[in-house]
Design a protein around this ligand. Structure first.
Ligand code: UDP
Length: 253
C-alpha cells in the first residue's frame, strides 16, 4: 500500500496530499493546545467532533454563496479540501468582549460590543500571533487593500450566519477566528474560508446559563471538553441524542 505524503502538521490538524490535483486531505487530531501550545492534552473524540462540525458550518456557508475550501467529508476524521494559499492572518470577529480583548482594554468579559468588530493577528507562533493594524497588512504585503476589504465583508457574513445558527440552538456566538485562503481558478483568484470552524476557534456561551461550550473549557480547566463539544454538536442536530425513554408530547400553557 502506498504511503500518502504529509504536507503539513499543525497543532490540531494534519494535511496530506489529496486524491485529486489541487486538493488536500485535512485530518483532525484529538490534540488540544492553548496559550500557544504551553498547555497540551489529548481529548478523545475531539477530532471526530470538529471534523463533523466544520463540515456542517462550511456546507452552510456554501449554501449562502460564501466560498470555502471544503469539498467533502471522507471519513470520521478526514475531509477533502481545495488547496489554497493561506493568507498569514487570523481574522477575528467579536460580538461580545472576552479573552484577549477584555484583558487588553480592561472591559468586563461578557460586555456586548456596540457592533461586531473585525481584527487581525499576524499568524506567527514564535511571536504569539500579535494583533496587527490594517496598515501593517497592506504595508508588509500580506494582503492587498481590495482583498482586505473583501476579507472584512466575508468575515461579517460568516458572523451573521454563525450567530444565527447558534442563536437558533440557544448559544451566543461571542467571538471566533477564521483563516482565509486564495484559490486560483484560471485567470481569476478568489478568497475562500479555509482551515476549520469549530468550538476550537469560537467562543460559545449557553444563552440561558452562560455556560461555556468552547475551548475555554480546556484553557481554564472548566470541565470536560469533549462533553462541551458533544453538546454543541447535539444541539446542532449533528449527533443523535441517545433517547433511552420514549418522550411523550407535553402541553405548553
Ligand atoms: N482564536 C483561535 N486561535 C488563536 C487565537 C484565537 O482560534 O490562535 C479564537 C479564540 O478561540 C476566540 C477568538 O479567536 O474565539 C478570539 O481570541 P482572543 O483574541 O480573545 O484570544 P485568546 O483569549 O483565545 O488568547
Amino acid at each position: 500500500m502506498a504511503r500518502r505524503k504529509m504536507v503539513y502538521e499543525g497543532k490540531a490538524k494534519i494535511l496530506y496530499e489529496g486524491t485529486e490535483p489541487g486538493t488536500f486531505v485535512q485530518y483532525f487530531k484529538d490534540d488540544a493546545t492553548a496559550n500557544n501550545a504551553e498547555k497540551k492534552d489529548v481529548i478523545d473524540g475531539k477530532g471526530v467532533l470538529n471534523n463533523r462540525m466544520s463540515e456542517f458550518f462550511m456546507t452552510g456557508l456554501e449554501h449562502l454563496g460564501i466560498p470555502t475550501h471544503f469539498l467533502k467529508r471522507l471519513n470520521m476524521r478526514e475531509q477533502l479540501i481545495r488547496q489554497c494559499d493561506i493568507i498569514p492572518l487570523e481574522v477575528i470577529v467579536r460580538n461580545v468582549a472576552a479573552g484577549s480583548m477584555a484583558k487588553r482594554l480592561g472591559i468586563e468579559e461578557g460586555t456586548k460590543l456596540p457592533r461586531p468588530i473585525v481584527e487581525f493577528s499576524y499568524k506567527n507562533d514564535d511571536l504569539g500571533d500579535p494583533l496587527v493594524p490594517e496598515e501593517y497588512i497592506i504595508a508588509f504585503g500580506w494582503a492587498a487593500q481590495q482583498e482586505l476589504d473583501d476579507i472584512i465583508a466575508l468575515a461579517l457574513r460568516v458572523n451573521d450566519y454563525l450567530s444565527g445558527v447558534m442563536y437558533g440552538v440557544g448559544i451566543k456566538l461571542v467571538d471566533f477566528k477564521i483563516e482565509i485562503g486564495r484559490v486560483v481558478e484560471g485567470d481569476f483568484q478568489r478568497l475562500v474560508i479555509a482551515d476549520e470552524i469549530s468550538p476550537d476557534s469560537c467562543r460559545l456561551w449557553d444563552i440561558q446559563s452562560g455556560k461555556k461550550l468552547d475551548k475555554d473549557v480546556f484553557r481554564h480547566d472548566l470541565g470536560d471538553l469533549a462533553d462541551a463539544y458533544t453538546e454543541v454538536a447535539q444541539r446542532l442536530g449533528i449527533l443523535q441524542v441517545n433517547v433511552t425513554q420514549p418522550t411523550k408530547p407535553t402541553l405548553i400553557n
